[in-house]
Each structure stands twice: as structure tokens, then as C-alpha cells.
Design a protein. Structure first.
Length: 208
């Protein structure tokens, strides 16, 4: 999403060797967008980045975690401040701490997100190596202020009309939502710093 990408784009500036692709929310949007991009150009490396919900209680908000197809990517990501993690690909947003706790016990994953699995699968079909690099936007013990799954439209994009209606019904949620927004902005900046370090130092050639 724009909110995830903007701090990185602002920090790194324009580069001819780098393309930032906004896929939108969910597997369907990610599938369509990445297939369209690869039909135009096959990159040497794809990093799928953004927010993730924490499942492992040891991961604080703002922690940057990764999983790489090629071990040669690991040193650069570690040096940039990311830590290895196992991801669970979900069909919907994990809203409550109870949901996250159940996913942690059932999957053994450290973090949950929705898009990276399908993006990396499609990239492997094209022999393009890659990595998932995500920042924890909400920790394992945190409930989200609203059920964002109910606020999506048919295209799995956030409906601001539904959001406004939900806040009208529960005005007490406004302060919690603003707190989450501030938290997510700080997390996006942390992710941007890690990705910028990787881009500036470069990564070694990867096998494909």
C-alpha cells in the first residue's frame, strides 16, 4: 500500500535499477499485479515488503523480519537490521490477540501477512529469487481497533465509506485508530531504513 511504500520511496529517491510496485491488499490483488509486472519485465530480484502482524510474542512493533529464497541474501538483510522469521500466509487480517495466539500455536510462524506467499510463488515460476521483508505493525498481544476484514470492498481494498460508518457507530474507536495509524507510520519508517541500507550496500549475485 502507499502507506507502506512512501517512507522508503522518500528515503531512497528515484533509482533507474529499482521499481516499487504497489500490489494492494490480499492475494488476489497481489497475484494480478505481480503477473502484470512480470509480463512487462523480469527483474533479477524481488523483495516483497510491507506490514505484518506479530504472532511471536518476542517480536515488538517495529521489528523488521525476513525470509529469503537464497541464502546469499541473508547477510545483507542481517547487516541492515532485519532478523529471520517464519511467515504465515493468511486469507484475512488477524484482528485480535486471541486469533494471533491461535495462529502462532497452529502454524509455528512468527508473523502473519497476506501477499508475500503468492508473490514469491509466481516469482519462482519465473526463476526469479526473492525475499519477504516485513515490519511488525501490530504485536502479538495487540487487538486491532476495528475488524478491517469487514471494511473491505469487493476488490479487497479498504472502503473509506465503511470505515466512516464504523467510526460513527463506535466513536470511541477513533483514538485507538489514530494510535494505530501513528504506530504503523513509525513501523513503515523502520522498514524503509532497513530496505534503504540493503539498496545502498547492494546484495550479492543470487542464483536463479
Amino acid at each position: 500500500m502507499t502507506e507502506e511504500a512512501h517512507p522508503f520511496q522518500k528515503l531512497i529517491g528515484p533509482r533507474p535499477d529499482l521499481r516499487v510496485l504497489l500490489t494492494g491488499i490480499g492475494q488476489r490483488n497481489a497475484d494480478r499485479t505481480i503477473r502484470g509486472a512480470l509480463a512487462e519485465q523480469l527483474p533479477k530480484l524481488v523483495l516483497t515488503c510491507g506490514f505484518a502482524g506479530g504472532l511471536n510474542p518476542e517480536l515488538a512493533t517495529g521489528a523488521v523480519v525476513f525470509s529469503a529464497d537464497d541464502s546469499s541474501l541473508t547477510p545483507a538483510l542481517l547487516a541492515a537490521g532485519a532478523r529471520p522469521a517464519k511467515f504465515h500466509r493468511a486469507e484475512k487480517v488477524a484482528v485480535t490477540a486471541e486469533e494471533k495466539r491461535a495462529l502462532w500455536h497452529s502454524t509455528g510462524a512468527d508473523a502473519v501477512e497476506m501477499e508475500s506467499g503468492v508473490i514469491r510463488r509466481i516469482c519462482r515460476e519465473h526463476n526469479i529469487p526473492g525475499a519477504t521483508v516485513r515490519v511488525i505493525s501490530d504485536a502479538a498481544d495487540e487487538d486491532l481497533p476495528l475488524d478491517f476484514n469487514r471494511l473491505m470492498n469487493a476488490e479487497q481494498n479498504l472502503s473509506y465509506g465503511k470505515l466512516a460508518l464504523a467510526l460513527l457507530k463506535s466513536p470511541g474507536k477513533v483514538s485507538a485508530l489514530l494510535k494505530l495509524q501513528k504506530q504503523m507510520h513509525a513501523a513503515a519508517k523502520k522498514l524503509a531504513q532497513v530496505l534503504a541500507r540493503v539498496c545502498r550496500t547492494g546484495v550479492p549475485p543470487v542464483s536463479g
